[in-house]
Structure formats: C-alpha cells, structure tokens
Design a protein around this ligand. Sequence first.
Ligand SMILES: Cc1ncc(COP(=O)(O)O)c(C=O)c1O
Length: 470
Amino acid sequence: MNKSLQPVVINQNILEMEYAVRGAIPQRAAQLEKAGFKTIPCNIGNPQALGQKPLSFYRQVLSLVVNPPDNLTKKKAGLNSGGGLAEDILSTAETILKNMPSGTGAYTASSGPRFIREAIARFIDERDRPAAVDFVPADPDRIFLTNGASEGAKYILELLISDPADGIMIPIPQYPLYSATIRKCGGTQVNYYPDEDRGWKIDRDILEEAYGSATARGITVKCIVVINPGNPTGAIADENTIREVIEFADEKGLAIVADEVYQENMYGASFRSFAAVLGKRAVPLFSLHSISKGYSGECGHRGGYLEVRNAPAVRNSILTFLDVLQKLASVSLCSNTVGQILTYLMVSPPRPGDPSYENHLREKNYILDELLRKATLIKAAFKKMAGVESFGRIGAMYLFPRLDLLPRGKTDFDYCMSLLETTGLCTVNGSGFGQKEGTSHLRIAFLPPGELLEEVLPKWIEFHNRYVGQ
Ligand SMILES: Cc1ncc(COP(=O)(O)O)c(C=O)c1O
C-alpha cells in the first residue's frame, strides 16, 4: 500500500471524547431535515437559531464599527436634523473606534483590548458590590477576552491537568464541554451528584463523598467546576451553597471554575456570583461569562471572558499563572474582534436616560419574559405525561425532567430518538450529560417560538403516554 494512505494514529483522547449536544440525535435530525421533515432544534441553547431577534443596540453599534462611515463624528453632530441613529449608538461606536484605531480587521492584544477589560471590570464591580460582604474589585489585568466561555474553560483545564491522575470535580449531570475537555487533556473526571429531589442542591456531604472516593483511588483533585445556573438542570445555587463550595475548596486546596454564562437566565431568584461571595478568601477562582446566553443570544459571534482571582503559584517555574495563561492565549493571537465588541456592549448597555435605553430594556424584557412563558408551558405539559418529574426552579435555558416510566429495555436515548422521529422535537438524552445510575432524563432547551411549542406539546404528550404504555 502507498505509505501515505496508511491509517494514522491520532490522539486517543480526542477520539474518545464525547459531546452529546451535537451527537447522534441531532445528527439524525439533520438527516430528517435533509429529507424534508421539519424538526425543532431544542438540543442546544442557540436562541437565534430558533428565531430570537438580536438586540437592536448591539447590532446598530456593531454595524457602525465593522463598517464605519467616514463622517461618523459629523453624522453625530447632525443627528437632530436627519433622523437615523440615536446619539448613544453613534457615541458608543465612536468610543469603540477610538479605542480600536485599526478597526476590527487587526489582531488585538491576546487578552483583548484594555478598554473592554476595564468595562468588564466595572460591570463585575457594579454587579457584585451591593451583595459582597468583603468586596474586592475586579482587575482588568486578570480578565481575558475569549471566543465564547468555552475557550476560557478549556484554557483553565488545559493548564490544571498535567497528569492522568489529576482530577476535576464536575457536577453530574453536566454540560459536556467539561467531560470532553477533561478527556481531551487526559485528566480524570471526578463526579459529584447534586440532589435532584432537592432541586439539584449541592451540599458539603455530596462534595466530601466525591472527593473522598477520588482521593482513595489515588486521584489528585485540583479543581471543582460549578455551573450556576446549571446546564442541563437549570438549578440555581443560592449564596449559602456558594459559600459551602468555597469553604470546601479552601479546605481541600482546590481551584474553582464558576461557569456563570446563564447569570441573566434566572426566574424567582437573584444571581450571586462566586466572586461576590468569595470576598477576600484566597481561593483561586476562574469565572466565565458569555455573549451566547442571557438575553444577548449571540452564540455565533463567539464572545466571552474569563476572570481570574487569586491565581495560584506555579511550581518549578519563575512564570506566574497569569504569565502562562497569557502565553496560552497568545498562541491563538487574540479572540475575534466582533465577539470582543459584543462583549463590550453586553457589559456597557444603554443607561437610564440614554436615547436607546427604553427600547433596549423593552427588547431585553421581552426575551426574558418569553423564555419564562415557554418554560412554564413545557413544565405544564410534563404534568400531563405519566411519570415525568421536573425538579427545581427555572434557570438557564433548559428543563431536565426525569423519565420514571420508560418501558423495560428502553433507554432515554431510545426515547429521545423516537420523540424526534415522531414529533420532530430534537432533545438530548440525559445520559449525554451523565446522570445517577438507574435514572433517565432528557434535556430540552425552552427556546422555540411559543406558537411552535403550542403545536408540538400536545403531540409530545400523546407520544409520551403511548411510549410508556399509559
Ligand atoms: C454551561 C455552559 N458553559 C459554556 C457554554 C459555552 O458557551 P459559549 O458559547 O460562550 O462558548 C455553554 C453553552 O451552551 C454552557 O451551557
């Protein structure tokens, strides 16, 4: 055989990693679509794919910045005479262009332009100062702009996993970015199991059990990941839970990854960040945020940031952790500039009194209210399905009901595949996120337009009750 046609050995870790959110069920949905069958993609939190409109403020500023008119300043001066764009849209675009004089087509600093990191620090401080006990301001030099939160999570796991016995504690169920990245980096996944019947609550006993059994197996646990609000469960961690996690991490010498991309997606509770509760405690904390979720929904533009507090010292090196992180980011040169600009707009929205404020607020509230309405519709449908229980408050963009009455020999994967084939609803099987042995679930993103849900939910109820033999 020609030598160049021989099979290559590729990285086994990548070969083995799994990512169910784009796994066999969505792949089948794509085939069905190709064959002309209409499907509803509820497998992923991708709001604009399901009709959510981008925020006008974001896109108007972005258009000006990506393709600036020669006379932006003149246009601004002549505003009142010619209609067109509001003053704050023009001045925001002007601020961005002034700070990015080479425009959007040039590489930026690897951690992102400083004015954006400063705006992020102001946003974090404004969010956290009122609730923090021992308030510590954010530092723009410890903020890294990233291509979505995914990249920030990968940076940290890549840095922390240096040995197959290095353990990363992750909640089960979890967003498979974490299991896949741990696998890719060759580390060990250490599962902890939030208590479903108590609304997916985390407590000290749960954490101790996971930690104890991992260390007994010779694993060096280095970090704990908390997703708040949770994906796929939608669970919301209150301040006491966050404090308990921080105390646990402090005692065991662990770093914390706080994935807070859904911080705007919570109903019936207010958001507490890990940074606010951490205060002056010297626990390493890596917090993630994104333009993909909340009411921004700008998934395709890949923007977000990683904020570092109490970076740990690096053994056997004169480099600091931040130096190494900087080096890692610099290998990709910089995150994309459109994502950077949208991140800036997310953290610097119009203020009360600004011309765009009322419209921005209206659009934001509409999106958030619709999400709640749709989640409530789906939750109500679960009540009509035999043996379906959905625990906890509504958070993030997902519901993760337990399926208690699957016929013998059928898995949640089989159920989701049949649901897709019968109704067009594309969901993800609970096993794709991990789940307690002996339980079955599915995850649905509550994003499709209300009318579509109203049409498909009765079909789902009928399918379900037939499937489970009720
Ligand atoms: C918990 C969680 N973290 C991170 C991400 C990735 O977000 P991004 O688009 O910012 O990379 C997602 C996406 O669904 C998510 O659910």
